[in-house]
Design a binder for this molecule. Structure first.
Ligand code: MDE
Ligand code: SF4
Length: 655
């Protein structure tokens, strides 16, 4: 069970929950150190047993970007003491992650075992000489020694995700003919030398966690037998704890996105556990204590790493330990606030918790005066605003004209691979009640209400845009919400208008399975077995009016998955087209001036939304209330729950 302490060779961890390494964007520079300390402190206070920092390079070449963080000087020691003290104050432990980016470094000084460019980097790395390898080993040892001086309880050596050490391990990137290439023994030499050098540089009670890539998910990765041999050798070299690594960044297999069934990679940790007696950490899409405990109870791992779930809720462990698990704000695996930000060089945060990594910027404090506040609309923006307003001490009434809470969340959770939105909706709906919001469903807004409140927040959301296309023969173009709600009988020849996020969600809705099993997921993505395509029988066209690549506006770390799913189901994509008419013959379009008829009998519009702002716009000045508008009602263009919930937080801080 998560709450059980874990005895180590030297010392003990207070429980089995590890906060996995996350680069937040606060690591760089001196100016953000208070923010990063607050970020860690919040999570240590929330009960997590062990925190692993974001990745710090031991030297310049290993930095992820030219401005990324490294850890190799006494200045770093001074700076990092703030982090270690913040965690120790609350009884937690903290390890510094040492990450040499290898060929994933986004600068021209990158280096790797061989000079082979990564598909996701514009730079070709320099092949490392033996001298460079030896000095890199020394750099790791020096950083670890300094980490101990800074008060860290250990280091995590990043040996997975396709970074330098992993590149040495895999024949895919290691074409060397010297003692660091060729056999598995040679390819793992760098990893072993680093672990031995670190072990020699630090005291016995200083933890060495090694994140070993158990499945690379790329061609010519290490085999399962080779990984077992690597684990045994690293164990002997001085590793105290093994963390599981799954998939390189360039792997075109989803490993942590929402469509990965929770706990999908637990067997990888189990395999690692069979190779070593040292404690093993399980990772990837473990977002509830129940999944964590089922992995621990089945003996598949000794500890559980949650990274994004601790962005979503820093108090996760304490809520669980106090039997309040239903109060956990669940990570839905969307990557929108966290990984998508990090890979774009922005500060990480969280869609369901915009306070994450902004603890000092957006702290919620009690308002000087408790006000009477009306929130109109119980979609994500209205629900979140009500919660934050209550936390500020205001008296909040939330009205919703329908019987259902959740707005667009209600649609999102019906998309295969987005089922966890249901958990988010459950959390927000219940939290509103727990916080004591006066919730009134089936209650429409009346202008007279303006006189009863100090402040009114309009969070009325959006409505799907209706397609303005000529229809004949009794045909009609359906809106996406009708289809997702199940109000439409679907046929087998379908055209989707629009190729934004909702267009791609519609592809998944029409082709993919709901609540996909782990077995099916692995077969679909060719994990440990030849790919077994589940192909939809439907003929689907996806159309857009603009030029350019399909899905280019999708999330950086998930867009390729959506594009791949469309390809798997042979979705035919036609860009730069004009929609002319829909009748019994099909959908009449014009592409590059040429008229075409697509033989379809259903057409679904995924062509954006319009703001539900009529009530807000009709507000006159004959009242004393302060009026605010947030979310889609404020601006429908490119609205998503991330912006809606963040605006809810900001408006609550203003009132
Ligand atoms: P893209 O647009 O996806 O691809 C660029 C082009 O390359 C092609 N491509 C490939 N071709 C052949 N074979 C391949 N394997 C392959 N891969 C890509 C693409 O088709 C495309 O060509 P085009 O279609 O345009 O012709 O790439 P991008 O550069 O925009 O994005 C790259 C990403 C890194 C975002 C990416 O690929 C990502 O989506 N991969 C999955 C990442 C993931 O989910 N990883 C698992 C968890 S993360 C983790 O464990 C550790 C992360 C370290 C982070 S943060 C945590 C630690 O501190 C470090 C943060 C780095 C800050 C800079
Ligand atoms: Fe999880 Fe999405 Fe928040 Fe990232 S942004 S931590 S994936 S809920």
């Amino acid at each position: 069970m998560l709450e059980q302490p874990l005895k180590l060779m030297h010392g003990e961890l207070r429980n089995r929950l590890v906060m996995g390494s996350m680069h937040t964007g606060l690591e760089e520079g001196w100016h953000n150190r208070k923010r990063l300390a607050a970020f860690y402190e919040e999570r240590a206070k929330g009960g997590v047993g062990l925190i692993v920092t974001g990745g710090y390079s031991p030297n310049i070449r290993g930095k992820l970007t030219p401005i990324s963080s490294s850890f190799n000087s006494v200045f770093d020691v001074v700076k990092h003491k703030k982090y270690t003290q913040a965690v120790h104050k609350h009884g937690g432990k903290i390890c510094l992650q040492l990450l040499h980016a290898g060929r994933y470094a986004y600068h021209p000084f990158s280096c790797a075992p061989s000079a082979i460019q990564a598909p996701i980097s514009p730079y070709t790395p320099k092949a490392m000489s033996v001298g460079m390898i030896k000095s890199t080993v020394k750099d790791f040892a020096k950083s670890a020694k300094l980490a101990q001086k800074a008060g860290y309880d250990g280091v995590e050596i990043m040996g997975s995700e396709g970074y330098l050490i992993n590149e040495f391990m895999a024949p895919h990137t290691n074409k060397r003919t010297d003692e660091y290439g060729g056999s598995n023994e040679n390819r793992m030499r760098l990893a072993k030398e680093i672990v031995s050098a670190v072990r020699a540089a630090v005291s016995d009670d200083f933890m060495i966690v090694f994140r070993l890539s158990v499945m690379d998910l790329i061609p010519d990765g290490s085999t399962a037998e080779e990984v077992t041999a690597q684990a045994k050798a690293l164990d002997a070299a001085g590793v105290d704890i093994f963390n599981t690594g799954i998939g390189w960044h360039e792997a075109r297999v989803p490993t942590i996105a929402s469509m990965v069934p929770p706990g999908a990679f637990r067997e990888a940790s189990e395999r690692l556990k069979q190779a070593t007696d040292k404690p093993v950490i399980a990772v990837n899409r473990i977002n509830t204590p129940d999944i964590a405990n089922s992995i621990l109870n089945q003996g598949q791992a000794d500890m559980i790493s949650m990274a994004r779930p601790l962005l979503a809720d820093p108090e996760l462990f304490n809520k669980y330990a106090q039997q309040r698990s239903e109060q956990i704000n669940i990570c839905i695996g969307c990557n929108q606030g966290c990984l998508d930000h990090v890979f774009k060089g922005q500060r990480a945060t969280c869609l369901v918790n915009p306070l994450a990594a902004f603890e000092l910027d957006y702290a919620i404090t009690k308002a000087a005066k408790a006000k009477k506040v009306l929130v109109v609309g119980a979609g994500p923006a209205g629900l979140a605003a009500s919660i934050y307003l209550r936390q500020r001490g205001h008296n909040v009434t939330l009205i919703e004209k329908s019987n259902d809470l959740g707005g667009q969340f209600n649609l999102a959770m019906r998309i295969p691979g987005k089922e966890d939105f249901q958990l988010a909706l459950k959390y927000f709906s219940e939290e509103v009640v727990r916080q004591g919001v006066d919730l009134q469903t089936n209650t429409a807004y009346e202008p007279a209400m303006l006189n009863e409140y100090d402040d009114v927040v309009f969070a009325c959301g959006v409505s799907p845009r209706e397609a303005d296309i000529e229809c004949a023969d009794g045909k009609r173009i359906y809106r996406y919400d009708e289809v997702i709600r199940g109000d439409v009988t679907l046929t087998d020849r379908i055209a989707i208008l629009g190729a934004g996020g909702i267009g791609f969600d519609m592809v998944a809705f029409l082709t993919e399975q709901h609540h996909q099993s782990v077995e099916h997921f692995k077969a679909q993505w060719g994990i440990e077995q030849p790919i077994e395509l589940h192909k939809s029988d439907r003929k689907i066209y996806m159309l857009k009016r603009s030029a350019g690549r399909f899905g280019k506006g999708l999330g950086k770390t998930t867009g390729w998955i959506h594009r791949k799913v469309a390809k798997m189901h042979d979705v035919e994509q036609i860009g730069e087209c004009q929609y002319e008419r829909f009748d019994n013959e099909g959908l009449h379009i014009r592409v590059n001036g040429e008229a075409k008829v697509l033989n379809v009998d259903t057409v679904i519009g995924c062509i954006g939304q319009t703001a539900n702002d009529a009530q807000f716009k009709q507000v006159d000045q004959q009242h004393s209330a302060q009026v605010h508008v947030i979310g889609g009602a404020k601006l429908a263009a490119e609205i998503d729950a991330k912006r809606a919930i963040k605006e809810a937080l900001l408006v609550a801080r203003e009132i």
